[in-house]
Design a protein around this ligand. Sequence first.
Ligand SMILES: NC(=O)c1ccc[n+]([C@@H]2O[C@H](COP(=O)([O-])OP(=O)(O)OC[C@H]3O[C@@H](n4cnc5c(N)ncnc54)[C@H](O)[C@@H]3O)[C@@H](O)[C@H]2O)c1
Length: 310
Amino acid sequence: MIQQIAILGCGLIGSSWATFFASQGFRTKLYDIDPATSQRGTQQAEDNLQKLVELEALSEEKLEEAISNLLPVKSLEELLCDCDYVQESVLEDYDVKADLYREMETFLSNRTIIASSSSGLLMSRMQQALEHPQRSLIAHPFNPPHLIPLVELVPGKQTSRETIETVRDFFLQLGKQPVLLKKEVPGHIANRLAAALWREALSLLDDDVASLEDIDTALCSGPGLRWALMGQHLIYELGGGVGGYDHFIETIGSSFSTYWEDMQTWSQIPESAKKKAIEGTSPLFEKRTREEWLAWRDEKLIKIQQILEE
Ligand SMILES: NC(=O)c1ccc[n+]([C@@H]2O[C@H](COP(=O)([O-])OP(=O)(O)OC[C@H]3O[C@@H](n4cnc5c(N)ncnc54)[C@H](O)[C@@H]3O)[C@@H](O)[C@H]2O)c1
């Protein structure tokens, strides 16, 4: 049974995971190789919890308990000595993660599960560093993990069935939406979809088809609204009318070939696209500061999910 959580790496994702587990009533230790980040991450998690109360996503009575669940520690040994589940959220780099896994294992009991937040690395490669690889897998969240329900579970070749089941049941019990990959691919599911879309969003900008703001509006005021409800396959099944997906593929699907033929296929972001993207976001900050955008995002994310739960 998972009771004691260890957050390894307290940057953007680690601090948000800590918020989530602490709000769910788990004793949650936090450690970062950089002591200042460890403190900052803990403070960030506290601030997140406070904001959850303001947004009525956490009750005032549970706030104190949730904050007391956050326990920053000073060493890896202290972090891991009595934990059941480690959510590793350190730098996205094979060598950094592998070195860390080797070191971690000296402090872990062999029942402890190691879950990596990795956005797109392969677990089979990372778990080669472990003597007990069967208890490791990827549990990839979407930012911010304390507000977005998706968790992509990606087993490596040596991950045991028991580990997969335990982690899947754990997240289901906590109200998350786990999806299980049948095979490993770089970027899992959601980031591959995001990567395809992002390349096109950058290409449209680079080719001066529209402004950055209009490209983003075309997404969030159109398909984005439907995506909160249903995925691409169901959308196009319904888009085919009474003929369903079959009809959609045979008719509208063929015109998509014209678009695909016209699309860029680069795998390195062109310098010109980088420049336009970075310059193009500045007007957005005339409307709201970064902090205001984040607060706005979090408030709307909670409201959307409340509607979906109705
Ligand atoms: N940023 C995102 O949107 C996002 C979303 C989902 C998953 N992820 C994944 O989460 C992980 C962390 O990403 P992030 O955006 O939080 O990065 P980040 O740079 O904000 O945080 C990484 C933290 O890891 C710490 N760290 C590095 N080596 C360490 C070690 N050996 N021991 C302990 N701490 C160490 C760093 O000091 C840093 O604070 C990555 O694997 C990333 O792919 C990121």
